[in-house]
Write a protein that binds this ligand. Structure first.
Ligand SMILES: [Zn+2]
Length: 301
C-alpha cells in the first residue's frame, strides 16, 4: 500500500531567546484572500501591481494573510501582544469570509502556557483581528491579566466620533470586546513602558493610535510593529501605495516610510503581524528600495 497523503502541515509556534527574555510568535490563524490589488495601491494600475508580484514570484490574485500574536516572557512577566481572531467567526456572519477561527489559546497550550499564565495583554490597535480574542461572550479569556491599550486608540473607539463608514462595525466590536476591560486596563502613550524593557512607539496611521513596542534585554533589541506593513512585498517594497484598510492613509504612508527607514538602518529584527510565519524578519535597503528579509537563524545562535 502506498502511504496516504497526510495534508498540509506547517509550524505554528516559533520561540527564541532575546537577552534574558524569551519571545514566541504564535500563529492564531490564516486566510487566503483575493486581489492584492486594488487592496494595495488602488491609485496604481493593475499592470503595475501584477509586475511587482511577478518580480517577487507571488500570485497577484490570491494571497495568504496570517495573524501572528507575539508573546514575551521577561522572566517576571508574561506579556501577550494582541489576541487574534478569537470567536469572531463564530459570532459574526459578516466576518466569516475574511477571518480564520482563533487558535491562539490552543497553540499557547502547545507552547506550554495556560491562559491564566498571561500577566499582561497588550492591544496594539483596535482592529478586529487584534481584539477578537479579548473576550468570549463577555467572559475574560485571560483571567489574571491586566490589559494595556494605547490611550489615543482606546479613546478614539470609545468616543466613536469620525469613524469612517468602513469601520462602523469595527467600532461596535470594540465596544463589545474592549470597553468592558477598561477597569482592568492601563493606557499608554508613545515612550511609556509597559514593563521594564518594553516601550510603546507611535505607529499611528493604519489606525488612529496604533502603537508598536520596542523590546530590549541585555542589549538585544526587537520591535513588534503590528500592522505598520500588512504585506511583505506590497507594503514593504511600495510603502507609498495606499491600503484600503489603513484608516488615515496619508499618515500610514508616512509611518511606513519612517519605520522602514529605522528598521533598515538599525538592522533590528521585526515582528510583523501579517507577514508569512513566523512573521519575523529584517528590513534591507538596497538601490533605494526596501525588502523584507525573513529571519533565518539569527535569533537562534
Ligand atoms: Zn491586522
Amino acid at each position: 500500500m502506498p502511504a496516504a497523503m497526510q495534508g498540509e502541515m506547517q509550524p505554528a509556534i516559533y520561540r527564541f531567546k532575546l537577552g534574558a527574555f524569551e519571545v514566541a510568535n504564535i500563529l492564531d490563524g490564516k486566510v487566503i484572500r483575493d486581489g492584492l490589488h486594488p487592496s494595495f495601491g488602488p491609485e496604481r494600475s493593475a499592470d503595475e501591481a501584477r509586475a511587482l508580484c511577478a518580480a517577487n514570484g507571488i500570485d497577484p490574485n490570491r494571497y495568504l494573510h496570517p495573524f501572528i500574536p507575539t508573546l514575551v516572557n521577561t522572566g517576571n512577566t508574561l506579556v501577550l501582544f494582541d489576541t487574534g481572531n478569537g470567536f469572531l467567526r463564530r459570532d459574526y456572519e459578516q466576518l466569516r469570509a475574511r477571518l480564520d477561527d482563533g487558535h491562539l489559546v490552543e497553540r499557547l497550550g502547545a507552547a506550554g502556557y495556560k491562559p491564566s499564565d498571561i500577566d499582561v495583554v497588550v492591544t496594539t490597535h483596535g482592529h478586529p483581528d487584534h481584539i477578537g480574542g479579548l473576550l468570549d461572550r463577555g467572559n475574560s479569556i485571560f483571567p489574571k491579566a491586566r490589559y494595556v491599550f494605547g490611550a489615543t486608540e482606546f479613546d478614539f473607539w470609545k468616543r466613536g466620533e469620525n469613524v469612517r463608514e468602513a469601520r462602523k462595525f469595527n467600532r461596535e466590536l470594540f465596544v463589545k470586546l474592549a470597553l468592558p476591560l477598561a477597569e482592568r486596563s492601563t493606557f499608554v502613550k508613545p515612550g511609556d513602558d509597559v514593563v521594564p524593557g518594553i516601550r510603546a512607539v507611535d505607529v499611528s496611521g493604519h489606525s488612529p493610535g496604533m502603537l508598536a513596542y520596542h523590546v530590549e534585554s541585555e542589549g538585544k533589541r526587537f520591535l513588534i510593529w503590528a500592522d505598520t506593513c500588512v504585506h511583505y512585498v506590497m507594503a514593504v517594497q511600495r510603502p507609498e501605495w495606499t491600503l484600503d484598510v489603513d484608516d488615515d492613509k496619508e499618515k500610514a504612508v508616512a509611518t511606513r516610510k519612517r519605520m522602514l527607514e529605522m528598521a533598515a538602518s538599525e538592522r533590528m529584527p521585526i515582528a510583523s503581524y501579517h507577514m508569512p510565519f513566523p512573521g519575523i524578519g529584517y528590513i534591507e535597503k538596497s538601490a533605494g528600495a526596501y525588502r523584507w528579509v525573513p529571519v533565518s537563524y539569527q535569533l537562534n545562535l
